[in-house]
Design a protein around this ligand. Structure first.
Ligand SMILES: Nc1ncnc2c1ncn2[C@@H]1O[C@H](COP(=O)(O)OP(=O)(O)OP(=O)(O)O)[C@@H](O)[C@H]1O
Length: 595
């Protein structure tokens, strides 16, 4: 079983060694419906072909004096056969559509669950638009592959085999030309599929690129507009769109060379000639000729639709490959279901930790320890690895060497859910979901009653501005919280952290967007929040740094000094330099307060 950070109980498991096996397993999950499709389509072709034979008999009877009652009986038989054909088609199509819709939904769910279980490092490498294309367009291609794609292929096969069986029954010699046609048909289809395959696969990839480019531009539309780069982005998109179009043109060219349609005309003509010869030799009757030519005519439809059917199936297989590539990709972390589960007390220790995102090393030999309930401020120049260090605590990433221990137990030995549910992190760039404010605050504690949500908002100094909105806590916020200011977003994130009541709190520059007037109140709220829980603080706010129990000074990914404020002012040049720089960026009034 591949590693993953999230899974659901009683998950249906599918073989994933190849797209075809994966598709068959998905369809086989609904084997009963698949059997209904097979039986109904078979029934449809048998009744439809049988009706042609009876029509031939009736036509022959019209040549000679006929018995009206026999004619009526045969006419009713034809009607019954055609009605039965209609019912078979109806049930078969219904069952096929049901399989297709379920397959699409199951594949979406499987892909989505797998994406939730991938590590942060995996998501860092992905282009969101391409993933979206796989989750939306590629999954819908799976449904089209079943209906009408596969059902049409199945119909094509039956639509060739059943009429040929009837012809064999009438006069086996008359199979000679149609069988030659079938042999050429199989060869032509194989060539067609082989040629089309790479074009379809490239089409799907190009669609992913097109979508990724679109997503990136729309997400960064503010930057595009501010830099007046609309023209450049338009040309980039047009280049992708034209690449996509060209692949369709290429597909059209391959389809235009699909030879079975031409072969069908030749087969029809030659079979008629063959029938005439046999009739001339008195070896078949007029009724036989009518029935045979009518049956041969049935081959036209399967020959024609197989062109689209194979394209649809190939597109589906290419899409399944793209979906499967995501699902199968190895991820770095595991949810460790059997891991340690306990309430975190809050002791944190880094022991000779080494870390880098890819090959590039970021943290070198980092060691420190924090007692439960202490506040650690991490300071250092930009890019020195402060955020990277905090990301190792909740296992957003794993260390490459050394260990991070919480309450004396390596974080990799903790049950991942237990660990993360007790650690709250507030980022500088707060992410909010396009839901109500209340739902955003309660994101980590979805069952929290409204009173607790309000209490948390009050503690984060967010209640007043939330109450000023017409719909208060039920105000829907735009995607990523765009309708709120940076400071408001950060206060909602603080409220979210207060509500989930974590044992370890990580504040990564989380008050940077809060103005000085609000800051005092928030400082108090944060200090309140820090009480009784271990807090890691990345901040440029001297007022917060000064009161930390431990200050870690990072430089180039190494801890160059550690201790409290007074100690560091006395002993560390690095700290003095950072402190002086932070101090000089303060307004005069705050400098006076700090002095
Ligand atoms: N997801 C990532 N993949 C690869 N490299 C990254 C990633 N995130 C950060 N880095 C690199 O890691 C280094 C440390 O980044 P980090 O964000 O930890 O620094 P920081 O000290 O928190 O900086 P700042 O104060 O500017 O937030 C930087 O050189 C950065 O370019």
């Amino acid at each position: 079983m591949a590693k993953r950070e999230f899974s659901v109980e009683h998950e249906y498991s599918y073989p994933r060694s190849s797209p075809i096996r994966w598709i068959i397993a998905h369809v086989w999950r609904y084997w009963f419906l698949a059997c209904v499709v097979l039986i109904c389509f078979l029934g449809s072709w048998v009744t439809y072909s049988q009706a042609r034979v009876v029509i031939g008999d009736v036509a022959a009877m019209l040549e000679v004096p006929f018995d009206g009652s026999v004619l009526l009986r045969l006419s009713l038989i034809i009607l019954a056969l055609l009605v039965a054909d209609g019912f078979c088609l109806w049930f078969g199509s219904l069952a096929g559509e049901t399989i297709a819709a379920r397959f699409e939904a199951d594949a979406r769910e499987e892909l989505y669950t797998s994406l939730l279980g991938k590590s942060q490092a995996y998501h860092d490498r992905q282009r969101v638009g391409d993933l979206m294309a796989r989750a939306t367009d590629d999954t819908s291609q799976l449904a089209s592959m079943i209906v009408p794609g596969s059902t049409m292929i199945f119909e094509s096969i039956l639509g060739i085999v059943v009429p040929l069986a009837y012809i064999a029954f009438i006069k086996i010699e008359l199979l000679l030309i149609p069988l030659g046609f079938v042999a050429c048909y199989i060869i032509a289809v194989r060539r067609y599929v082989r040629r089309l395959n790479p074009v379809i696969a490239e089409q799907r990839e190009q669609f992913g690129k097109l979508n990724a480019g679109l997503e990136e531009t729309i997400s960064g539309i503010e930057v595009v507009k501010a830099s007046a780069r609309e023209g450049f982005e338009r040309l980039k998109y047009r280049r992708h769109a034209r690449g996509f179009r060209d692949l369709f043109v290429q597909q059209g060219r391959i389809e235009a060379r699909y030879i079975p349609l031409l072969l069908f005309g030749i087969t029809f003509g030659l079979t008629f000639l063959h029938s005439m010869i046999l009739f001339d030799q008195s070896r078949i009757t007029i009724a036989d000729i009518i029935a045979v030519m009518s049956l041969i005519g049935l081959l036209r439809f399967p020959t024609f639709i197989s062109l689209f059917a194979f394209t649809l199936v190939q597109t589906g297989v290419a899409s399944a490959g793209r979906i499967l590539n995501v699902i199968k990709e190895e991820t770095e972390l595991d949810e460790n279901l059997q891991g340690h589960q306990a309430t975190i007390k809050g002791e944190l220790r880094f022991d000779h930790v080494q870390f880098g995102y890819e090959a590039q090393p970021i943290l070198h030999d980092v060691s420190f320890s924090v007692k439960p309930g202490q506040t650690v401020a991490i300071v250092g120049q930009t890019g020195s690895g402060k955020s990277a260090l905090t990301q190792l605590v909740n296992r957003t990433y794993d260390v490459q060497a050394g260990s991070v221990l919480i309450d004396g137990i390596d974080v990799s030995e903790w049950n991942l859910n237990t660990l993360r549910s007790q650690i709250s992190k507030i980022e500088q760039d707060v992410f909010l979901f396009s839901r109500t404010i209340g739902e955003n605050i309660a994101f980590g504690a979805p069952n929290a009653p409204r009173e607790q949500i309000i209490e948390a908002a009050k503690a984060a100094q967010a209640h007043d501005f939330i109450s000023s909105f017409v719909h208060g806590y039920d105000t829907e916020i735009g995607e990523r919280g765009v309708t709120l200011s940076g400071g408001q977003r950060q206060r909602i994130a603080l409220a979210r952290a207060f509500l989930s009541n974590p044992r370890i709190l990580i504040l990564d520059d989380s008050t940077s967007a809060i103005d000085s007037a609000t800051e005092d109140q928030i400082q108090r709220a944060i200090r309140e929040a820090q009480r009784g829980r271990t807090t890691l603080l990345i901040t440029h706010r001297l007022s917060q740094i000064r009161w930390a129990d431990v200050i870690l000074v990072l430089d180039g990914g190494r801890i160059v000094a550690a201790g409290d404020h007074e100690h560091l002012l006395r002993t560390s040049n690095h700290y003095r330099r950072i402190f002086a720089r932070y101090e000089s960026s303060l307004p005069p009034i705050e400098q006076a307060v700090l002095a």
